[in-house]
Design a protein around this ligand. Structure first.
Ligand SMILES: Cc1ncc(COP(=O)(O)O)c(C=O)c1O
Length: 490
């Protein structure tokens, strides 16, 4: 991009609005024709403008016409803002990006090294692609039941043990906002001759304010995912995938894979929201983030003064797997209140109409956005103190230890084989020694305890049972009560 002032434009949004609002005769999809054909209650709920802006792909002047189209220019501006060679808008979340990355970098039978607690979409991507993961264990804090990043040393060891690996996949930051040593990971990946892919889904704002961790792209990552909707103001389900200027990833191959996992009718609303989010981030990001950061710092101080509450984050920096932290995440250790995070979250919902991002046995986690409403944030410590006054109990809660085996678990067969192969449903106790067809992640701690293709152990069955008994949700389990499980037949 030649001129930084171009960031003031939003080419896709502008072209879309210009088409939508000039009253064109629509003999194309969608069938609601910009509003008239929609259920009246939905029309009222969404408003006329939203429906008018819901336009199909393939409209001249938006994503068709002389190159570069407004769509192309919008993606080019996103690439410029993020310092990428090329960026793609995603309308099925960072999930879509992980699927495409696996198809492009981990095709059938190809070995890759990946962080064991990668998001489920990475494992699903391997199911689609047929790649074979060799897992690198994240650092783990058994006290807070929190997984951190993978260290460069762990990644180097995993790559050394897998010389045939074609790529390395890591996650930074974690759900709790802990950023890994991406520069170190990039160095070891490049020394091993493979590209480093960083799932920065939780850090679309990284690098846009001096008090935030640097972006993974600026630290040598070859491809990076950012879930724009999570923090920086685009609509839910919209995200971006970027490749670095000097990337080892073949951008054409990735583009081909992306076409495979994308609808031919992408939502114009999601695309426009990405274009607008890039503009806001590039033009006003520094200021908006600065205000949110200042409010977050004040909130942390007030929260730390509540008896039994400990705000964690900054104090963890320097531990293995934590090179930096995201101040837009507020992680509160509530164990000393005598209550679990689940209980505290429930009290906040029922008593104060406050909804947190995540509750675990030990913590509650707040996610702040780029333009976080400051009043509500300032009120939060008061709300929390008021709810705790009703529910606190003497005595701290105990953590449920996570079995090391599942953090360091290795696949016995490729996830694709286990997921698509012949399955039988058996009692969980009878499943010990069998190969799982399911991915099961418990919150807490959010680490997939079991992945398709892994052998089930007695220790793991016991752990998942205790987790479920303690009130954690078992994501991905075909039986949420964890009485039965699907295993590979034969
Ligand atoms: C690390 C990570 N990667 C990818 C995703 C998928 O993102 P999306 O919900 O945008 O599809 C998530 C979602 O929480 C995530 O935590």
């Amino acid at each position: 991009m030649a001129d930084p002032a171009e960031h003031q434009t939003a080419p896709y949004l502008d072209a879309l609005a210009s088409y939508a609002f000039r009253g064109p005769t629509r003999f194309h999809v969608p069938g609601h024709k910009g509003g008239p054909g929609v259920d009246p209650a939905l029309r009222r709920a969404l408003g006329d403008s939203t429906l008018e802006l819901d336009v199909a792909q393939g409209v001249y002047g938006i994503d068709l016409g002389p190159d570069p189209t407004p769509y192309d220019r919008a993606e080019a501006l996103a690439a410029a803002a993020y310092g990428a060679r090329r960026s793609w808008f995603l309308t099925n979340g960072a999930t879509q990006g992980n699927h495409a990355l696996c198809l492009a970098l981990a095709p059938l039978g190809t070995a890759v090294v990946a962080q064991r607690n990668s998001h489920a979409s990475l494992v699903d991507g391997l199911v689609l692609s047929g790649g074979m993961p060799h897992w690198a264990a994240p650092e783990y804090d058994p006290e807070l039941e929190m997984a951190y990043g993978v260290t460069a040393q762990t990644l180097a060891a995993a790559l050394a043990a897998t010389p045939e690996a074609a790529a390395a996949f890591v996650v930074s930051p974690t759900y709790y906002g802990m950023a890994a040593d991406v520069a170190g990971c990039a160095e070891v990946a490049h020394d091993a001759g493979v590209p480093l892919v960083v799932d920065q889904a939780w850090g679309p704002h990284f690098g846009f304010h001096r008090d935030l961790p640097p972006s993974a792209l600026s630290q040598g990552a070859d491809a990076v995912l950012t879930s724009t909707h999570k923090i920086v103001g685009s609509l839910t389900q919209s995200a971006m995938l970027h490749v670095a200027r000097d990337s080892r990833v073949d951008a054409d191959r990735l583009a081909r894979a992306l076409r495979l996992v994308r609808s031919t009718s992408q939502s114009s609303l999601l695309l426009a929201s990405l274009d607008a989010a890039r503009r806001q981030l590039a033009i006003h990001g520094q200021d908006l983030l600065g205000r949110t950061l200042a409010a977050a710092a004040r909130a942390r101080e007030s929260l730390a003064a509540i008896e039994g509450c400990r705000v964690v984050g900054e104090d963890l920096v320097g531990r293995p797997g934590v090179a930096a932290w995201d101040p837009l995440r507020i992680v509160i250790d509530v164990r000393e209140t005598g209550c679990t995070g689940y209980e505290v979250a429930q009290a906040l919902e029922r008593g104060s109409d406050v909804y947190v991002e995540l509750a675990t046995h030990a913590t509650i986690v707040l996610v702040l956005g780029i333009g976080q409403p400051v009043d509500a944030l300032e009120r939060f410590a008061h709300d929390l103190a008021a709810e705790l006054a009703d529910i606190r109990r003497p005595g701290a809660q105990l953590a449920i230890a996570h079995p090391a085996a599942s953090i360091a678990g290795q696949s016995a067969v490729a996830p694709r084989e286990a997921f698509l192969g012949p399955a039988e449903v058996v009692d969980v106790d009878a499943a010990v020694g069998r190969i799982s067809c399911e991915a099961i992640a418990g919150y807490p701690p959010g680490i997939p305890a079991l992945l398709p293709g892994e052998r089930i152990t007695a220790e793991l069955v016991d752990y998942l049972r205790r987790l479920s008994g303690a009130g954690a949700r078992l994501h991905g389990a075909s039986d949420p009560q964890f009485r039965t499980i699907a295993v590979l037949a034969g």
